[in-house]
Design a binder for this molecule. Structure first.
Ligand SMILES: *Cc1c(COP(=O)(O)O)cnc(C)c1O
Length: 436
């Protein structure tokens, strides 16, 4: 007993002496955390389940040492790459997958998936409201060079109901003989809507397929991988799409994206990514195979740490009187936590805290800036080993009402914890919160 008391005092000293956290902020944090241990246990159980899923898929596909090195040039016969794609397909329970460093980011993966599977005259439907900001230009919601609109693909959107539910009546009306592909975004992204559970996505897909069985249902799976025990591809999705510098890269993948789905959808995507005639056969992996495998291996536990961070942030900021989405008690379907900070000063202080908790670039000060693909100025905090990686501890938010910070990631739970405590410290120093 005495020993553990001393050890806890040691930890407190690390925060309060070494890292500049005031005792009030630290004590408040510990009080909040004491109430979260049961939920953390559930998260650890899901991580254990998903860890076994990943190891099982690697063993089934006989992942071997030779798969960890890569090819150059055309990348013909890259067994490491081809085996990894089969591992992804098994984890997502799909026929095929495309997992490549040549997919530059999540937006690129989505663009490939959409433009590969749509043809002039087809219509794209989003039954879950406006998609992620960077999709505006892919679709042509905002006129853009090379958009789907320029290629004669039209777009229809049905917003979620005020309570966050699906507007089934209008979805039914929106589906017509040109509707070829339905895009469903799992995560809330930069919107104050709820994130969809895999179960809810499954209900939506069943409804849509009942009206039009041959429509392709694609899920933007960004930030959702390994949060639950099943993925949307197990609930009827024909394609799931995401970024490797988010959840499934486990923090180690230096770039890349994936598309997992039916053999037909993935083949189309491969021809679009490389070239008609070439498809999946080309694409050197250079040196990234080891990071892709090892990152995937670590992803379930990394996601668990990020989830704990999100839940801690929700409960801590809720206790300080801020609106948080999801709230402190809600179940989680992605790793994003939105905290509405009520003012530009609040949003900036929050991001400064996240930045100053980082292992890399802790000394820089984040400033709001115009970002390609986004409408408003955005402030971003990240001290990441991989540029822009948002499975690493990061926060960002557009400078607009209600000044929500979208907080996510943390390669370890302890780092996520420090980031949140540091954000509160900066708010405290700016006189924006009271923890007495
Ligand atoms: C991050 C994200 C994207 C885009 O991914 P980038 O890697 O930033 O291009 C698309 N959709 C959602 C829901 C996301 O969270």
């Amino acid at each position: 007993m005495e020993i553990s008391m001393t050890q806890n005092t040691d930890i407190k000293n690390m925060y309060c002496t070494q890292l500049g956290i005031s005792e009030q902020v630290y004590n408040y944090s510990e009080k909040i955390l004491a109430g979260l241990m049961e939920r953390f246990k559930d998260i650890d159980d899901t991580a254990e389940y998903n860890q076994m899923k990943v190891i099982g898929a690697m063993q089934k596909n006989r992942v071997a040492e030779m798969h960890l090195s890569g090819t150059s040039g055309y990348g013909y016969n890259d067994d490491g790459r081809d085996t990894l794609e089969q591992v992804y397909a098994d984890i997502f329970k799909t026929e095929a997958a495309l997992v490549r460093p040549q997919i530059m980011c999540g937006t690129h993966a989505l663009n490939i998936a959409l433009s590969a599977n749509l043809r002039p005259g087809d219509e794209l439907l989003s039954p879950v409201g406006k998609p992620y900001d960077t999709m505006d230009e892919i679709i042509g919601i905002r006129p853009s060079k090379g958009s789907l609109a320029e290629y004669g693909v039209t777009y229809r959107q049905v917003d979620l109901l005020p309570d966050g539910g699906f507007d089934y009546e209008n979805i039914k009306k929106a589906i017509n003989n040109r509707t070829k592909l339905v895009t469903i975004q799992r995560s809330k992204g930069y919107a104050s809507r709820p994130t969809l559970s895999v179960e809810k996505i499954g209900e939506l897909i069943a409804f849509i397929k009942n009206i039009k069985p041959d429509v392709i249902c694609m899920v933007d799976n960004c930030y959702g991988e390994f949060v639950e025990r099943i993925e949307p591809s197990e609930a009827g999705a024909d394609m799931v799409v995401g970024s490797l510098i988010k959840n499934p890269g486990g923090g180690l993948a230096p770039c890349g994206g994936y598309i997992a789905g039916t053999a037909e959808c993935v083949e189309q995507a491969a021809y679009r990514l490389s070239s008609p005639g070439l498809g999946k056969e080309v694409g050197a992996t250079l040196g990234v195979n080891k990071e892709f495998y090892q990152g995937l291996f670590l992803a379930p536990t990394v996601v668990a740490g990020a989830l704990k961070g999100a839940i801690f942030a929700a409960n801590a900021y809720e206790g300080l009187g801020f609106r948080v989405i999801p709230d402190g008690k809600e179940p989680r379907y992605d790793i994003i936590q939105a905290v509405e900070l009520k003012s530009a000063e609040g949003l900036i202080a929050f991001c400064k805290g996240i930045q100053s908790a980082a292992p890399v670039d802790s000394f820089v000060t984040p400033e709001p800036w115009a970002m390609p693909g986004y409408d408003d100025d955005v402030i971003m905090a990240a001290g990441a080993f991989v540029q822009g990686s948002s499975i690493e501890l990061s926060a960002d938010g557009p400078l607009r009402e209600p000044y929500a910070a979208y907080f996510q990631g943390g390669l370890t739970w302890y780092h996520a914890k420090l980031g949140i405590i540091m954000s509160m410290q900066k708010m405290y120093e700016a006189g924006l919160i009271s923890v007495e």
